[in-house]
Design a binder for this molecule. Sequence first.
Ligand code: ADP
Ligand code: MG
Length: 490
Amino acid sequence: MSKLVQGYEVVIGFETHAQLSTQSKIFSRAPTAFGAEANTQACAVDMALPGTLPVMNIGAVERAIEFGLAINAHIAERSIFARKNYFYPDLPKGYQISQFEIPVVQGGEVSFFLEEGKETVRKTVRLERAHLEEDAGKSLHEDFIGQSGIDLNRAGTPLLEIVTRPDMSSSEEAVAYAKELHKIVTWIGICDGNMQEGSFRCDANVSVRKPGAELGTRREIKNLNSFKFMQQAIDYEVRWQIEQIEDGHAIQQATVLFDPDTGETRAMRTKEDAADYRYFPDPDLPPLVIGRDWVERVKSEMAELPRVMAERFVKDYALPEYDATQLTQSKAVAAYFEATAKACGQAKLASNWIMGEVSRRLNASEMAIEQAPVSAAQLAALIGRISDNTISNNAARQVFEGLWNKEGPSGSGEGDVDALIEAKGLKQMNDTGELEKIIDEVLAANPKNVEEFKAGNAKALNGLVGPIMKASKGKANPGQVNALLMKKLG
Ligand code: ADP
Ligand code: MG
């Protein structure tokens, strides 16, 4: 059951444009590099000079196949390029080459974990399709000279437009979907994922309805290029739509823009229907034919996918599914985990530390795991010292802190961990004789607790453990203290 907002159900579907990481454009040989001087990367085809013809870039097709395989979709053996007609100054042909009726990637799904209240639930968003298309150029409005210019460097850049079914029911779920999709495309390397440069931009279709009613009319928020704005824009849009409906106004289908400065969405134009674009098959391009052998070859050359790796982590390291998913957020995190787990032989502890202390630290300092000052070898050595009872969990956190801040000798493994434990005097007391002496003293000093415990009050034990830990300066092993206490108290 999806959560309601003021009695309304929220319905969201996403269209994402992922710029494919090819060196050259989708139908020409001009380069795609970002940031070049205006119009230095547009050739005759991109400028739509008469007599030019598009030629399909195999690299773009291959990336679409890789995406289809990554999300378990059907890859069409024969798909069609279509002309999407509209007039815009940055579109010199007067149409965009896209795919309409038969897209190259059909179906598939993206699944991820989502925190809902206290629970963590797995969500699956079904994909409708993913199709190849070319990007348009850019209009540059040069206010200082009161003129607008056209930069066609971006014209013909290959895009994969990834369309979901209207399966999401909150802004949190939408953001989680977008993050998962971002992870997939960057993991398989078909897109650099740079959101500031527009390599990965999302359009969120949002509508609301009373539970059980027909789908409401949607408004499409265009070009969301940060996860933060995505969440803010959808939340604002949902509130706005509910307010309109409550005030008795019908929602008009529209394309809107989010303004990060005001935190509001604003209508750009009323939405065109497919019919307005007069789609028809592009006579300049033959059908795109993808044989099974091609798909098989691409499949055999692909690196392990995140969900496959997560399944392997569950199987090989006996990790819960949630841990495995978190640890496969990026290849770098996964590699750090595997290195740590292999070195210390304690996969679950490695997972706990990486999802806990390590990610907390990374987040706080906005660092990627590649920059973590604590290496996998050091973390493994630290975990080894917890499991061989040299140090307590508490002490381990202090050692970790020291490693992170580069205190003490800088090595890359056991040596420095042991040196820090020594330097900080954190070694656990494993000498039973010394510990027994402390326990005897504490028992003698607290006869009341001893009496209460013997009379059946289990809580009275806490009043004894505390002083013992204190007397040992925190170095006693809590498990050992408990065992000895039980022995002494019968
Ligand atoms: P178009 O081709 O006009 O953009 P589509 O039917 O392809 O329209 O849908 C575009 C996106 O909008 C898809 O992601 C779809 O899931 C989503 N969508 C469709 N209807 C709704 C709705 N009523 N509310 C929210 N999202 C919707
Ligand atoms: Mg659309």
